[in-house]
Design a protein around this ligand. Structure first.
Ligand code: PEP
Ligand code: MG
Length: 584
């Protein structure tokens, strides 16, 4: 079978390879039956026995985790042990059985009711607990039906565990020596399952259509950039095996440069920042040597909930990230939804071409209430650190002007209300459309900084839907057309002396280091796991070399030529096998 590449969302860094084990989800469903009066006592007894067994399984899991997992994760299991005795849950289930529901239905209905209640709470922390209650309910359900726990003791070689979604306790029960990687369809970067996968050091990717995977199929999972390769060729397997061994050794060496500056040999400094999707991730970005946050994707605060987050909720989230970073810049991007990111309560009509439609800044400019709430929260959060505000998906000058007018309006409102904010907030835009790159000189006159979104810039320049697997091989950020637009944007920024950055995936690729260093970028923002690799590459080159290299790359005529050329240049400095980007 031919090798296939899928692209998902990176959850936990590293490369893992093995045979797929599909974890079939238990249909957690009620039967809709009723039980007679005389059966109810027996049903109650069945439930009590299941409750006892589920609790014992959980206690065993906790015991096993002690010494293997950090205290934070053991705390999750302790919380589950409390939940499994919660009168709201257990008492509620017993009550339903006493009213004539079979134990199975009572467990499902009570769990769903409590989960829905938690999901609708405004506090994001409490909402995340909905997963925990479901986890506990599922334990009771499995114990009742005699379904065994996920047991990998019989597996002889590391497996790639694939599931629609993993519960936190399922993840906590995994052993890194048995599980090479995790692939799921669902699961956010802040879910407990993702936090635990990171703590265990198991590479994980979500957002993958599990239907594409089969039991025993071989797979490679790249947790740094979200790539999953199915049926890898023997050549890919051998290459990956060598990469995994090499990378483990190289990664160890990186720890020694955490506190060294990100600068070229001739002392030209570039800031290396982290991309995050929740305030909690700022800690990790900082620990990975990030000297700022170059992209906080705020749309995740708006997802999986019935209405938009309030000004206070947003203020909390932004302030948290700012406080974590202290005097280091935090670039917070205003709401970027539409395209592939759906938000049901915004009722965006179905569109033929969502990526060319009503998304990001377009939607914000037409939803003044929604936009103003976010801008007010951003402004108010600015007293806690060094905030930069960034507008996405700009294609015309008037959009920037209108967005800035809205920002002024939010400032005026806050002034009237006596609420404070920093007077020196930098305001910038993302360069993600060819139009913006082509008029970058004019745009630069309006803003304090640019950050190039190479993911969208590539999609729009090459007319390749970034989410469509079918056209994946046409998507390449190293295409000369994209590179020339990047160079043009750099010229525009330099003409007005504004700060120039990049926050698309390309920023984390070692092959791109000569491009950004050579074009005089000020900052590169990437997945935190990539920061130290890029710092090492930067510290190995000179700015003169980077300038000469990018000048030659810009004159080439295909993405393949550019890649081959850059690879040859970089190989002389850092051999491919020692580079963190397994893809390039
Ligand atoms: C980009 O388009 O490169 C970018 C960073 O934004 P997103 O990936 O969130 O669209
Ligand atoms: Mg984008």
């Amino acid at each position: 079978m031919a090798e296939r590449k899928l692209k998902g969302v990176p959850l936990s860094a590293g490369v893992g390879m093995g045979r797929v084990l599909l974890l079939r989800s238990v249909p957690f469903e009620a039967t809709g039956g009723e039980i007679d009066q005389d059966e109810r006592v027996k049903e109650l007894e069945r439930f009590v026995a299941a409750h006892k067994e589920a609790k014992e399984r959980l206690l065993a899991l906790k015991k096993n985790a002690e010494g293997n997992l950090p205290q934070e994760e053991i705390g999750i299991l302790e919380a589950h042990l409390l939940m499994i005795d919660d009168p709201m849950l257990i008492g509620g289930i017993k009550e339903l059985i006493a009213k004539g529901k079979p134990a199975r239905d009572a467990i499902v209905e009570k769990t769903e009711e409590l989960r829905a209640m938690l999901e609708n709470l405004p506090d994001p922390y409490m909402r995340e607990r909905a997963v925990d209650i479901e986890d506990v309910g599922l334990r009771l359900f499995r114990a009742l039906l005699g379904i065994p726990e996920l047991d990998l003791s019989a597996t002889t070689e590391p497996i790639v565990l694939a599931a629609e979604e993993l519960t936190p306790s399922e993840t906590a029960g995994l052993k890194p020596d048995r599980v090479a990687a995790i692939v799921t369809a669902r699961g956010g970067a802040t879910s407990h399952a993702a936090i635990i996968a990171k703590a265990l050091g198991i590479p994980a990717v979500s957002g993958i259509s599990i239907k594409e995977l089969r039991d025993k199929m071989s797979a490679i999972v790249y947790g740094d950039d979200g790539t999953v390769i199915l049926n890898p060729s023997e050549e890919t397997i051998q290459r990956t095996r060598r990469q995994i061994q090499h990378l483990a050794a190289e990664k160890q060496k990186l720890a020694s440069i955490v506190n060294l500056p990100a600068e070229t040999k001739d002392s030209v400094r570039l800031e290396l920042w982290g991309n995050i999707a929740s305030p909690e991730e700022a800690d990790g970005a900082r620990a990975s040597g990030g000297t700022g946050i170059g992209l906080f994707r705020t749309e995740f605060l708006y997802m999986d909930r019935p209405e938009p987050p309030t000004e206070e909720e947003q203020l909390d989230a932004y302030a948290k990230a700012l406080k974590t970073m202290g005097d280091r810049p935090v670039v917070i991007r205003t709401l970027d939804v539409g395209g592939d990111k759906e938000i049901p309560y915004l009722s965006i009509e179905k569109e033929g071409n969502p990526f060319l439609g009503y998304r990001a800044i377009r939607l914000c400019l037409e939803n003044e209430g929604l936009f103003l709430t976010q801008l007010r929260a951003l402004l108010r959060s600015s007293i806690y650190g060094k905030l930069w505000i960034m507008f996405p998906m700009i294609s015309s000058l008037w959009e920037v002007q209108q967005a800035k007018e809205m920002l002024e309006k939010a400032k005026a409102q806050l002034k009237n209300e006596g609420k404070g904010f920093d007077q020196d907030i930098k305001v910038g835009i993302m360069i993600e459309t060819p139009a913006a790159a082509l008029i970058s000189r004019e745009l630069a006159a309006e803003v304090d900084f640019f950050s190039i979104g190479t993911n969208d810039l590539t999609q729009y320049t090459l007319a390749v839907d970034r989410t469509n697997q079918r056209v994946n091989r046409w998507f390449d950020s190293f295409h000369p057309a994209v590179l020339r637009l990047i160079a043009m944007t750099a010229d525009g920024a330099h003409a007005h002396n504004i700060d120039l950055g990049v926050c698309g995936e390309m920023a984390g690729e070692e092959l791109a280091i000569p491009i950004f260093a050579g074009l005089g970028f000020d900052e590169l923002s990437m997945a935190p796991a990539r920061i130290l690799w890029q710092k090492r590459a930067l510290r190995a080159i000179t700015s003169k070399w980077a300038k000469e290299t990018v000048a030659q790359a810009l004159a080439l005529s295909s993405a393949q030529e550019v890649r081959t050329f850059l690879k040859a240049c970089l190989d002389e400095i850092i051999p491919t096998a020692n580079r963190g980007n397994s893809q390039t």
